[in-house]
Design a protein around this ligand. Structure first.
Ligand SMILES: [Zn+2]
Length: 311
């Protein structure tokens, strides 16, 4: 305050009058172009000695979400669950979130997005290059997870080892699926894909965990460093409200609906009991959160700053 004799009331009145005075003097109030939504494409967290970076490879608004979630419940039940969480019933935003983990000795990419472009853009914005990726882990063979493996005939992550679940690879091997044939077959034929069983190790502190149901051999991966854990959970739960509050609701993309629901209950129960955070591939970006029990189901608690406490 430059004039100590100014009373508080005069100071407030003076401040309020300023924009008017500025306008009167011919200086228009600041204007700027409207720029639309701005969603970041990477976020980095610390887990013990690991750095975990989630990458937004793509996002889109999808209409009529009840054609995907809650296939077996009434419109009213779907609307009630959505309204309780203050989200619309007629459209949803989907996210596609590969995760890159730096263990200090290995850079491990989990899933690759719909195509190389979105994943590479987010990876590079996060400070990494494709040739630094030493391992690519595929959680399951849906197109939004394997789409970034190949750009035409060219491997996107040419220096990497590829790992995936043995059951998953076997299940898709005979499927005739077009995206699998384009993105995974060339790598499999070249003998470049290593397979893992439940409990298998990708690298020290990175362990495969069977989470079957969404696809026949869908795997999650538990990270552990310096006593801290985080689950790379992929697609065992695909919506932060509908899949958590109602884990038994049928989901169109779950290939075995009963097994997928049982896996959801088991993993959500584990995450809630052990207070372990998880990255969900389709959760709202940055895709990191916790689980608490709520009634007969669960509630998503987005990460705030728990994994950012190192300076
Ligand atoms: Zn997916």
């Amino acid at each position: 305050m430059t004039n100590p004799s100014l009373t508080r009331r005069q100071a407030i009145a003076g401040a309020a009058a300023l924009p008017l005075a500025a306008a009167a003097a011919g200086r228009a109030a600041a204007s700027a172009p409207m720029m639309g939504n701005d969603i970041p494409t990477h976020a980095r967290f610390t887990l013990g000695g690991f750095e975990v970076t989630t990458l937004l490879a793509g996002t889109r608004v999808v209409p009529d979400p009840q054609t995907i979630f809650g296939l077996d419940v009434s419109e009213e039940a779907f609307a009630e669950a959505s309204e309780a969480a203050m989200i619309p019933t007629d459209a949803s935003r989907f996210y596609f979130t590969p995760t890159v983990v730096n263990t200090g000795s290995e850079l491990i990419l989990f899933d690759t997005g719909l195509s190389p472009a979105g994943t590479l853009a987010a990876l590079e914005a996060a400070g990494y290059s494709a040739d630094q990726v030493g391992h690519v882990v595929i959680t399951h063979m849906h197109g939004d997870h394997i789409g970034g493996l190949m750009d035409g005939e060219t491997e996107t992550f040419a220096g990497a080892r590829y790992l995936t679940g043995a059951t998953e690879l076997d299940a898709w091997d005979m499927s005739g699926n077009e995206t699998f044939e384009a993105k995974v077959r060339p790598l499999a034929e070249a003998g470049k894909i290593e397979t893992l069983e439940d409990g298998g190790s990708v690298a020290p502190g990175v362990t495969a965990m069977a989470a079957f149901g969404h696809t026949p051999g869908h795997m999650a991966y538990m990270l552990e460093s310096e006593g801290r854990q985080l689950l790379i959970a992929a697609d065992f739960a695909n919506h932060y409200v509908w899949s958590l509050a109602h884990p038994d609701w049928e989901v169109r993309f779950d290939m075995d609906k009963e097994a997928a629901a049982a896996t959801r209950r088991r993993l959500l129960g584990m995450l809630a009991a052990d207070r372990v955070p998880f990255v969900g591939y389709h959760m709202p970006f940055p895709g990191l959160g916790y689980v608490e029990t709520a009634g007969d189901g669960f509630r998503y608690m987005p990460h705030s700053y728990q994994l950012t406490m190192s300076e």
